[in-house]
Design a protein around this ligand. Structure first.
Ligand code: AMP
Length: 190
């Protein structure tokens, strides 16, 4: 199985590039943000629980996210692999993901980190807000919270994969196609 962690701050282009990767490599998309938004839309208990955190731009507690991911993985064990988008977002989530995969004799193949400067992220999130309908894209304070949560809680996840020699930084600024070509170069070397 080809199991890829697509990493980067909010607005880095993870969703867009996930779609390209899935189309080419036939992987299962596991976006925790998308899964939460589906629960929110359906008004499930999980959605109700997640809403308060998401509306503020804060992280949903690890146990909740991990359980949801575990469930999704267990339903797709026959897949070519997974693209993890927006997960893991804490070092605890990363170690839990490893344990989960190991229990199925699987592992993470690589991490691809989209690197985009902060001012460019803000421009992209504001642009996305016009069409995404996402509450967390709409106001400056929520965007600030998400960026600081990324820097404080999520950025250390990169070091976790660096220690395992699985980290690949990609310049996330440029045309979508050009960035996708750089991503494919990493995947095709595996
Ligand atoms: P995203 O679509 O990845 O930007 O996620 C939107 C929101 O969903 C985040 O701001 C968090 O509130 C929540 N969320 C998504 N993925 C995670 C995760 N792995 N851990 C905790 N919260 C998450």
């Amino acid at each position: 199985m080809l199991n890829i962690v697509l990493f980067g701050p909010p607005g880095a282009g993870k969703g867009t590039q996930s779609e390209n990767i899935i189309a080419k490599y036939k992987l299962v998309h596991l976006s925790t943000g998308d899964l939460f938004r589906i629960h929110l839309g359906e008004g499930t208990e999980l959605g109700k629980l997640a809403r308060g955190y998401m509306d503020q731009g804060k992280l949903v507690p690890d146990e909740v996210v991990i359980k949801m991911v575990e469930d999704k993985i267990s339903h797709h064990l026959d897949a070519n692999g997974f693209i993890f988008d927006g997960f893991p977002r804490t070092v605890h989530q990363a170690t839990s993901l490893d344990t989960m995969l190991q229990s199925h004799d699987l592992s993470i193949s690589t991490m691809i980190a989209l690197e985009v400067p902060e001012d460019e992220l803000r421009i992209r999130i504001k642009e996305r807000a016009k069409t995404s309908g996402r509450v967390d894209d709409q106001d400056e304070e929520k965007i600030n919270t998400r960026i600081s949560v990324y820097l404080n809680e999520t950025a250390p996840v990169a070091s976790y994969y660096k220690e395992q020699n699985k980290f690949n930084g990609i310049n996330g600024v440029g045309s979508i196609n050009h960035i996708f070509t750089s991503i494919c170069q990493v995947i095709d070397r595996l």
